[in-house]
Design a protein around this ligand. Structure first.
Ligand code: C5P
Ligand code: C5P
Ligand code: C5P
Ligand code: ZN
Length: 469
């Protein structure tokens, strides 16, 4: 079986990596500022601690030549790159950095470089967008370093943070191996449940009110309507405290799900969107019930609320087990993050999307942070026309322009490869980019936006045409 083979080959690469790591005394761990990057670093840093190896963590928004120069200047024995690195392997090598790269982005080159162990599913014919995340790849490395099965829980948080369960409604491919390990180790449980955000932490009516994915007309954004909806089907909202999803019994949950589907059908929501109301949900069995950390999706959003705003140390500490100060600080950041996402979605809804022949886009200027514009694009795309990929622009603090692009599984099947399109178009205007076929990003000079748009519109048109014919 193919997955079996990829798994074995990844493990073999991981063993090479573990061997190099065991001979190092002082390691720099370099990772990405999102939930997958934080959990990947959490996995590796924990595995290093357990081995008694000293490390310094360092997080980047993206890996460009300047970042690699800084890393080289740090002069450590060894650099472990997680959730990034593959796209820049040539540059890493040209700086003479000794490295282990555990990543799932499309590699810049499949060549073998002296002094670099490269662990990436793409090198073995695997799919880095849906089959395994950066934290999953890091987990395979950690497992080669010692008994670290419990870290599978973090690896699942990373995969969910990268929305790897989005297309199928559940984790697939190598990710399934990881959840099996987690469930055997007693750190994970999984099963079908409502997919809405906030099952652990919000009163049920608030969970419905804040539902944006899918957006439920007549309920989303309307507290009163949510309260009457629940009352009508006989759900008690609270006693001493508001009841959350986890406080309800099976019968009450089933009643809500069927009422939501009836409501959705009556409101004309397409079936494929309603289907997304229910899917596989991942529970971290060792975390306290009623906390964000208990649910993989809430955990990943909590992490995004830290590193994407320059507070990666807080997110990393949560991954490393801090349940006091770091968790408290992360929670404060989370409420602001959720507000920023809602404001972002509102802005795009008000302004609308600009349509070109093969893409649609919005330019948020300085009104959405460059580090979250991709999440906003993804969320807006869920309720937009999905026949063309969406692009989003936002100004970066250092005067560049951030591009985020999102597609669908159907478009990818029809030939779309956003990683290639974004990276090639960015290169043509003097920028850099990369990612996955279904989701990619780049940084480009701001004055080149319109040129970039016309290039990528053409490139994507060609991708779709060549597969279609
Ligand atoms: O760096 P990176 O791998 O973290 O990001 C992956 C991105 O891919 C996520 O931001 C997620 O939103 C996006 N994605 C998506 N649809 C999928 C799978 C991933 O939009 N089906
Ligand atoms: O922030 P992050 O990308 O981790 O969000 C993961 C998912 O959580 C989103 O795709 C969205 O469905 C959900 N979410 C939400 N409301 C928010 C923020 C996130 O429903 N305000
Ligand atoms: O930033 P955003 O969420 O849009 O990123 C989507 C995907 O593109 C991620 O996998 C990210 O790592 C990748 N990306 C990249 N190079 C960039 C920007 C984003 O490879 N300059
Ligand atoms: Zn990732």
């Amino acid at each position: 079986m193919k997955i079996e083979k990829i798994c074995t080959s990844l493990r073999r690469l991981a063993e090479d990596g573990a061997e190099v790591i065991s001979r190092s005394e002082d390691v720099l761990v370099v990772s990405h500022i999102d939930a997958d990057g934080l959990t990947a670093a959490g996995v590796i840093c924990t595995a290093l601690s357990r081995k008694g190896i000293d490390y310094t963590p360092l997080f980047f928004k993206q890996l460009d030549s300047r970042a690699i120069e800084r890393i080289a200047d740090a002069g450590s024995d060894l650099v472990i790159f997680t959730d990034l690195g593959s796209g820049m392997i040539q540059e890493i090598s040209s700086f003479g950095i000794r490295a282990v790269i555990a990543d799932h982005h499309r590699p810049g080159s499949a060549e073998i470089y002296r002094g670099i162990v490269h662990i990436n599913p793409h090198l073995l014919g695997g799919d880095g967008a849906t089959h395994i995340s950066g934290s999953g790849t890091a987990f395979i490395l950690a497992n080669a370093m010692g008994r670290n099965e419990d870290l599978s829980a973090l690896a699942v948080v990373g995969a969910v943070g990268d929305l790897q369960d989005l297309s199928s409604g559940r984790l697939v491919g190598l990710n399934r191996r990881i959840i099996e390990v987690g469930s055997r180790a007693g750190v994970l449980s999984f099963g079908p449940d409502l997919k809405l955000f906030g099952k652990q932490t919000r009163p049920v009516f608030k969970m419905l009110e804040y539902s944006t994915d899918p957006y439920i007309p007549g309920l989303s954004g309307d507290e009163e309507a949510c309260i009457s909806f629940l009352k009508e089907i006989g759900i008690r909202l609270g006693g001493e405290r508001w009841r959350r999803w986890i406080d309800l019994d099976q019968d009450e949950r089933a009643r809500i799900v069927s009422a939501l589907i009836r409501h959705g059908l009556r409101s004309g929501i397409p079936g494929f969107r309603l289907e997304r109301l229910v899917g596989e949900v991942y529970t971290l069995s060792r975390e306290r019930e009623g906390t964000e950390l208990r649910d993989a999706s809430e955990f990943s959003t909590l992490l995004n609320a830290t590193a994407r705003y320059g507070h990666s140390r807080i997110g990393l500490d949560v991954c490393l087990g801090d349940r006091d100060r770091a968790l408290e600080e992360a929670r404060l950041l989370l409420s602001q993050h959720r507000q920023n996402l809602l404001n972002g979605i509102k802005l795009v809804k008000e302004r609308g999307l600009v349509q070109l022949s093969h893409i649609q886009y919005f330019d948020a200027g300085e009104e959405i942070l460059d580090t979250i514009v991709g999440i906003v694009a993804g969320m807006v795309f869920q309720i937009a026309d999905r026949s063309k990929p969406i692009l989003a622009f936002a100004a970066t603090p250092d005067g560049m322009l951030k591009v985020s692009a999102r597609g669908t599984q159907d478009l990818v099947r029809a030939g779309l490869d956003l990683s290639r399109a974004v990276s090639a178009s960015a290169n043509e205007v003097g920028g850099v980019g990369g990612g996955h076929s279904i989701a990619a990003g780049a940084t480009i000079p701001p004055q080149s936006r319109d040129e970039f748009l016309s290039i990528i519109d053409r490139v994507i048109g060609e991708q779709m045409k060549s597969r279609g014919s």
